[in-house]
Design a protein around this ligand. Structure first.
Ligand SMILES: N[C@@H](CCC(=O)N[C@@H](CS)C(=O)NCC(=O)O)C(=O)O
Length: 210
């Protein structure tokens, strides 16, 4: 298998699942700061020009959550998706909550503080997005009361999606009001198969760009 990735990006979700499953894979770095993802060669693999991309025996899959689910379903014996219908539905619920309610405000913050050209950035949207992220994180904080994992009583694909997204929120200091989420995050990233933290990888990427 091949994973097109770059340090702190959403490709971490795919890497994390591969590492949890102990699957050997070829990591193909995509230099986003240099615009490699906009070139014809990469667009032939993913017309959206985004990472992660997984290639499994020549078959291409994009979208980080789809990749994580594909890998979990390809290895049912590893139990990374609950078998019970309602527990599985709960896992889907929190994955979708993470990518819609939590990730979208984070993506707005990233674009309006860093990614858009300075003249296109809207500082007012950063304030709104911070407020929306905090409100939705508080919902998850209440859900996690007394729980070790997001769905069911074992680690699942949902924990990978949620923990990565919370780590992203923490890089913007948006989890001060969520002590249980901070403990959960540390526990998830203490797993032997956990990837490196976004903050550390971002610092490395910025230092390399200087
Ligand atoms: N919904 C996609 C989002 C992928 C995405 O936006 N990846 C970013 C890095 S985190 C990217 O490749 N950005 C390049 C660009 O938008 O130009 C997923 O979850 O895989």
């Amino acid at each position: 298998m091949k994973l097109y990735e770059l340090g702190p990006t959403r490709s971490i979700r795919a890497r994390w699942m591969l590492q949890e499953l102990g699957i050997d894979f070829e990591a193909v770095p995509v230099n986003l700061p240099a615009g490699e993802h906009r070139g014809a060669e990469f667009r032939a693999i993913n017309p959206a020009g985004k990472i992660p991309v997984l290639v499994d025996e020549g078959w291409v899959l994009t979208e980080s959550v789809a990749i994580v689910l594909y890998l979990a379903e390809k290895h049912p014996e590893r139990g990374l998706l609950p078998v019970d219908l309602r527990e599985r539905a709960d896992a889907y619920r929190w994955m979708l909550f993470a990518v819609t309610e939590l990730e979208q405000p984070l993506w707005r913050i990233a674009r309006h503080t860093n990614l858009y050209p300075p003249e296109e950035r809207l500082p007012a949207d950063v304030t709104l997005a911070q407020r929306e992220f905090r409100a939705m994180a508080a919902v998850l904080e209440r859900h996690m009361s007394g729980r070790e994992f997001v769905a069911g009583d074992a680690m699942s694909a949902a924990d990978i999606i949620v923990a990565y997204t919370l780590d992203w929120g923490q890089t913007y200091d948006l989890l001060e009001h969520c002590p249980q989420l901070r403990v959960y995050l540390e526990r998830m990233y203490a797993r032997p198969a956990a990837p490196r933290r976004i903050g550390e990888l971002l610092r490395e990427l910025r230092a390399a760009a200087r």
